[in-house]
Every structure is written in structure tokens, then in C-alpha cells.
Design a protein around this ligand. Structure first.
Ligand SMILES: [Zn+2]
Length: 453
């Protein structure tokens, strides 16, 4: 007998870019049946009028900072928007070593979602005592490489870099670090060197890295690099290169504002001029200026006295956000990051937003293509498409059931806790994890080590 039968729903068949009606059965955490029959099941879910999608995969997010306390925050937000697997450790800024992260998940008896991790280069750069604009010595780089190797042994699926955060980092240094392992199946991801007017040279640098490494390379959150006037040219460069070398790709998020710490180099003098924006386009997210748009005075105060505060910068153009999402290449990811419970709503509403706003309302991309960009494409990137990201018999039962007529993001820049709409069920490893926005089982997820994938 099946554990769960989901009947009367439609699921995506990516080869033909269509939704197909069919019943889906789950047993022992796997998809065990697809067809028109109604095999006996311990539990039956009627999904009439609903899409039964592979669970959404967020290939770019920022994992829990367990040093703030051993409880989940962003993983809960992920689950509530239909995500069943997320990749942390992006932009070079992992919050703890991969071993520490895994151990904490074990200690907590599982996780709300499945997790994979990258090893963050900048994390170890800082630990070597290097300043943002310093040049590393061969000894320092060797020490960083040892740490990355430890992370890879502990189950990381690749290496990430935040070039803009520590611009002293050279192109050669990135290529060298990507070579700490000769495993060509690892993923290398980078947050670019500069945005806006300098975005094209930043993309050229990342293509140069791709040419010189034997691994896949992911350009991180393209919209916050190029949606200030250079998206068309950026996509041109990427698409043209990908015709010859599909190991390159990018992720992007569906918001016209980015978010990072106000003390970071992103907000160094000249940034506003570069974006052609003003202080009033920056939203401060924490005390003493929570939910206030900045002035020169509050901006300077935060830079000096609250450098860790996340700020939301409304500096991107909507049509360029849409172009990055609808481009045939690329995948959608959240870049979700949370500090002290605060942050950009992309951490909580990216996936409901892309399916509500960009698919149904603005029609910039069709439903099955959008689903492919948040399920199968990231799964292929992680080389787990035999078990995740697609509905087929034998796949892990990570499933998100949603109403395509009502799905939409709720979390806003003022209140990230507002609920999403239209997600009926999220199933993680065969267990019903979420039903109608309520947690049923928030420990069904696990850490997926690269070696076990
Ligand atoms: Zn980043």
C-alpha cells in the first residue's frame, strides 16, 4: 500500500514543456507510482486544479547562522514557499564550516528542508587576517585551500567566492582555489567584482575564470549585477559563451532591490552615483532605523556604528529583472539572507513571486519553463536530476502542490513574515512537511553530502 496518493493533479513533463494530468503515489520516501489508477494509499490528497511540482530547489541562499542560536529561521521561510532543497554557503560567506553545519542539523534531529553546501572562500580569507583590499600571500592561500579541502571532505558540493566583498582577491587566485580539487563535477559560484557600470567587465572576468577551470561556474544573482542598465548586453555575453560552453550559467532573483550589510564595500563612496540613485532609495532594516528609508545622516551612522545591518537597495530596473528571468538560460534562486530575523523578502517569497507575478500576472515566462528553472535546471547543475527536480518513478518524494491561479508572494519589504498564498502542501522526503502554511513535520529534511548525492 502506498503511503500517500496525490490524485487529480497535473505535473510538469519538461521534455515536452507541458503539464500532464495524472495520479502520483509515494512510498518509502520515493515516487512509487505515476498513472491514471488510484492504488490504495494510507493517505489521499485531492489535487484537482492544482500543480503537483517537483519540490523547488533554491541553488543560491545563505544558510542558517547557528552561532545566533541553534534554531531554524530561513529554512522555515524556504519551506513555506515550496522549497525542499536549498544550497547554502554562497557568495564566499558561509556562516560556519560545513562540518559544523552538518553536526548542528544532526543535533537538531533533521531540518525543515534538505540542504547542500558550498565552501565560502571569503570566510577563510577573513580568518587569515586579510583586509578587503589586501593581497594574499602564497602561505595564506595555502591555508585557505586546506580549509576548503576540509569542507569538501565534510560534504560541500563546491566552492563560492564573493569577489566584490574582498576586491583584493585576484582572478588568478580564484582559478587557483578552484583547482584545490580536480573533481570536475564540483560547482564554483561567484558574486561578481562590481555591478552597474562595471558589470560587463565583471562578467568578462567570470567567463575568464570559467575558461580556466575544469568545473561548472555559476554567476550569482545576475540581476543585482546587471539590472541597472546592462542586462541586455550581459545576457548576450552569457548566452553567446554558453553556446560553446554550457558549464557556465547564472541565477537571478525576482525583485528590483538587493540587500546586503551596510558596512560592506558595496556601499563604498560612489555607489549611489554609479547606480544613479539617492539615499532615499535605501531601506534600513533594523534598529534604530528599522523600516526607514535612509538619509545621508542615518546612512553614515549605520556605516560607522551598525555595519552588520542589512540594507535593501531599490536600484534595479523592473524590465531587466524580467529579462533575466525569461532568458532561455539561467535559473531563479533566492539569494535569501536573514540577520536577527530581518532581511529582504526574497528569503521568504522568491518562488511564490516568480510563479504569481512573473508567470501569471506579467506573463514574462510560461509556467512550465518557470518551474523548470526552479526544479530541473538547478538539479542538473547539482547533478542530482536522477533523484530530485523531476517527477519520475524512483525520484525522491520532494513535492510542492500549489494553485497556479492564486499563488503569490506575501512577504514584503516592511513585513517579511506575511504569508505566501497558494501553496497547499510541501512534501519533503515523502513526509508531509507543510499543509496550508502550517508545519506538519519540520524535520523531514537532511544534509545531502556531495559524496552521498
Ligand atoms: Zn552575493
Amino acid at each position: 500500500m502506498l503511503d500517500i496518493l496525490i490524485k487529480n493533479g497535473s505535473y510538469p513533463v519538461y521534455d515536452e514543456n507541458v503539464l500532464v494530468k495524472g495520479n502520483i503515489g509515494i512510498e518509502f520516501g520515493k515516487i512509487a507510482y505515476i498513472g491514471d489508477e488510484e492504488p490504495e494509499a494510507a493517505k489521499v490528497i485531492d489535487a484537482a486544479g492544482r500543480v503537483v511540482s517537483p519540490g523547488f530547489i533554491d541553488i543560491h541562499m545563505h544558510e542558517e547562522n547557528f552561532s545566533e542560536g541553534k534554531e531554524y529561521c530561513i529554512a522555515n521561510m524556504m519551506l513555506k514557499q515550496g522549497v525542499t532543497l536549498a544550497v547554502g554557503g554562497n557568495c564566499g560567506v558561509m556562516n560556519q564550516t560545513v562540518r559544523e553545519f552538518r553536526d548542528t542539523i544532526d543535533e537538531l534531529g533533521g531540518a525543515p528542508i534538505n540542504y547542500m553546501m558550498l565552501s565560502g572562500y571569503n570566510n577563510y580569507w577573513v580568518k587569515e587576517g586579510l583586509g578587503h583590499f589586501d593581497k594574499s600571500t602564497p602561505e595564506q592561500r595555502k591555508a585557505i585551500h586546506e580549509k576548503i579541502k576540509e569542507d569538501l571532505e565534510a560534504g560541500a558540493c563546491g566552492i563560492s567566492f564573493g569577489i566584490e566583498y574582498d576586491p583584493g582577491m585576484t582572478t588568478e587566485e580564484i582559478i587557483e582555489a578552484a583547482g584545490v580539487s580536480d573533481d570536475e563535477h564540483l560547482l564554483v559560484a561567484a558574486h561578481y567584482r562590481a555591478d552597474g557600470e562595471r558589470s560587463l567587465e565583471a562578467i568578462a572576468e567570470m567567463i575568464e575564470v570559467q575558461k580556466n577551470i575544469n568545473k561548472k561556474f555559476q554567476i550569482s544573482h545576475l540581476s543585482s549585477c546587471s539590472a541597472m542598465g546592462t542586462m541586455e548586453k550581459s545576457l548576450d555575453m552569457i548566452n553567446r559563451y554558453m553556446e560553446e560552453d554550457p558549464r557556465l550559467n547564472y541565477d537571478t532573483y525576482p525583485y528590483n532591490a538587493f540587500s546586503t550589510n551596510i558596512g560592506s564595500t558595496v556601499f563604498d563612496p560612489g555607489c549611489l552615483e554609479g547606480w544613479k540613485k539617492d539615499y532615499c532609495d535605501l531601506l534600513l532594516t533594523d534598529d534604530p532605523y528599522k523600516n526607514q528609508f535612509a538619509t545621508k545622516e542615518t546612512f553614515d551612522d549605520c556605516r560607522a556604528n551598525h555595519p552588520e545591518m542589512l540594507v535593501v537597495a531599490f536600484v534595479m530596473n523592473e524590465d531587466e529583472i524580467a529579462a533575466a528571468i525569461s532568458n532561455p538560460n539561467g535559473m531563479v534562486a533566492s539569494d535569501g539572507i536573514i540577520a536577527h530575523g530581518n532581511g529582504h523578502p526574497r528569503a521568504a517569497g522568491t518562488f511564490t513571486r516568480v510563479l504569481g507575478k512573473y508567470v501569471r500576472e506579467d506573463k514574462v515566462v510560461d509556467l512550465v519553463t518557470a518551474l523548470r528553472k526552479i526544479t530541473l535546471e538547478p538539479a542538473k547543475r547539482l547533478e542530482i536530476e536522477n533523484r530530485k527536480g523531476d517527477i519520475h518513478v524512483g525520484a525522491d518524494a520532494d513535492i510542492t502542490i500549489f494553485d497556479p491561479e492564486t499563488i503569490i508572494d506575501g512577504p514584503s519589504f516592511q513585513d517579511i513574515s506575511l504569508p505566501n498564498k497558494g501553496i497547499d502542501y510541501v512534501i519533503v522526503n515523502g513526509e508531509i512537511a507543510l499543509k496550508d502554511n502550517e508545519f506538519i513535520d519540520d524535520r523531514a529534511g537532511e544534509f545531502i553530502a556531495y559524496q552521498d548525492k
